[in-house]
Write a protein of this length. Structure first.
Length: 294
């Protein structure tokens, strides 16, 4: 008994750094933000309880809230399928490469490592600037230049392209899923005379559907949390056409010092992501196929 107690104390001592960090930097801030969402708090004075006023103001009096939510939904709906399509296509190409495959995987994964950095966002801003490389290429081809970042109709698509360029993590997950598909299925399909597209839709996609589900959920969550490209490249402009939800949340909390309202926005975002994730999992019973036949 004494030995078991000693082992428990030793075990908790080893995991205590994680437990302290988890409760201090995760659980406590989460609970604190939930409390602040029902207060009027300016980061300087004391938080004053105001009930559900922040939520009422959000739903009924803040047009920018609805606009940022609309922009974010458009961004997620376009960027996530675009990113998953590119990552799956590249993964299928890499699955056929034998020589130097490790080198290619590493090079294609690099954008995902540095893609969320400020430096890459600044580079992207320079590329699509009025005097940037993209317009210089268009000029050399005698094609009219485009104000990519100055036009509300095109600004959001530059951010979508940047997110699509960061396909490395999803690509590696797809590649692992492709490696787990038995080659005997494709060999049997070849014997039956099935073409490439038929093999793709009848073998690859169904057997890869659990991996697609995982990537879809993870990329959707990541899409709703996108901040750096919108902040660095366009700062929400022009005309708030790239004002993503998290950027607007940041402005309310750290620019206008309205942390109570920002906390309410954060909890609503959690609720929205949870609902969408639940809907994706609910729909998965109709399109996700598992090896056990479910």
């Amino acid at each position: 008994m004494e030995r078991k107690r000693y082992q428990n104390v030793a075990g908790y001592s080893f995991i205590s750094p994680f437990l302290i960090g988890f409760f201090l930097f995760t659980i406590f801030p989460v609970l604190m933000s939930f409390y602040l969402s029902f207060t009027d708090y300016d980061l300087i004075g004391e938080a004053r309880w105001n009930g559900i006023d922040n939520y009422k103001r959000m739903f009924f009096h803040d047009e920018l809230f609805w606009h940022s939510l609309k922009v974010t939904l458009i961004f997620v709906v376009t960027s996530v399928p675009f990113k998953l399509t590119i990552s799956l296509a590249v993964a299928m190409l890499l699955s056929r490469i034998v020589r130097f495959s490790g080198f290619y995987r590493t090079m294609l994964y690099l954008p995902s490592i540095v893609g969320g950095s400020v430096a890459v966002a600044v580079m992207w801003k320079q590329l699509f600037g009025s005097r940037g490389a993209i317009n210089s290429i268009l000029e050399s081809m005698n094609i009219s230049t485009v104000a990519w970042l100055g036009n509300p109709k095109t600004a959001i698509w530059t951010i979508v392209l940047l997110v699509g360029w960061q396909f490395g993590s999803a690509m590696l997950i797809f590649l692992a899923g492709l490696k787990n598909i038995p080659m005997s299925y494709y060999e049997a399909a070849n014997v039956d005379g099935a073409g490439a597209w038929r093999r793709f839709f009848k073998i690859t996609l169904p057997l890869l559907s659990p991996v697609i589900l995982f990537n879809l959920v993870m990329q959707t969550i990541g899409g709703f949390m996108t901040f750096t490209p919108s902040f660095i490249i366009t700062n929400g402009g022009p005309m708030n056409s790239t004002l993503l939800y998290v950027l607007y949340l940041f402005r309310r909390g750290f620019v206008f010092f309205d942390m109570g309202y920002a906390s309410a926005m954060a909890w609503l975002l959690l609720f929205i992501v949870a609902i969408l994730t639940a809907l994706v999992f609910t729909s998965s019973r109709y399109w996700v196929h598992y090896e056990d036949g479910r």
